[in-house]
Design a protein around this ligand. Structure first.
Ligand code: FES
Length: 152
């Protein structure tokens, strides 16, 4: 093979192997837009986590008004959310009666344990036994329609 013939074949080979690289370099706009789209939701999720801090969503104000009370669990702890009938503030507490572990429910202007009749104030304080301790009150706040509760 003569040198001129070899160089001609070498040039064609170089062009063929570099063609995919050249084509990839010509289409950066599609890749850039995909990166931008995936970065935006990640940033929003991080912002939401910072805003919530130690709080978790227990339910919505809409659901609370429809049902009168929300019973749920956050971080393995039982949470009962209700609206104070006196001032309409939202209250969240651990509904577990310390007598034998039954859940309490809103009964007029108090919380009542249906098992053996213990009574509690709307702030969780014990007003009548046989339970011997009040209920753990949780910090609660509203953000839009969400009810956020801090159980830690
Ligand atoms: S479990 Fe609540 S009063 Fe007994």
């Amino acid at each position: 093979m003569e040198r001129r013939q070899f160089m001609g074949l070498f040039g064609v080979g170089m062009l063929a192997t570099s063609l995919p690289v050249v084509l990839a370099a010509c289409a950066p706009k599609a890749e850039e837009s995909e990166v931008t789209e995936t970065e935006t939701p990640i940033t929003k999720a991080e912002d939401a986590a910072e805003t919530m801090g130690d709080f978790a969503i227990a339910g919505t104000v809409t659901a609370l008004k429809e049902s009168g009370g929300i019973s749920t669990e956050i971080g393995g702890k039982k949470v009962y959310v209700f609206q104070n009938p006196t001032d309409e503030s939202i209250v969240a507490l651990d509904p577990t009666c310390n007598h034998q572990g039954c859940p309490v429910k809103l009964a007029g202007d108090a919380l009542e344990c249906s098992c053996h009749g213990s009574m509690f104030g709307l702030d969780g304080s014990l007003t009548k036994g046989p339970a011997t301790e009040g209920l753990a009150l949780y910090e609660v706040k509203e953000e839009g329609d969400n009810i956020l509760v801090k159980v830690a």
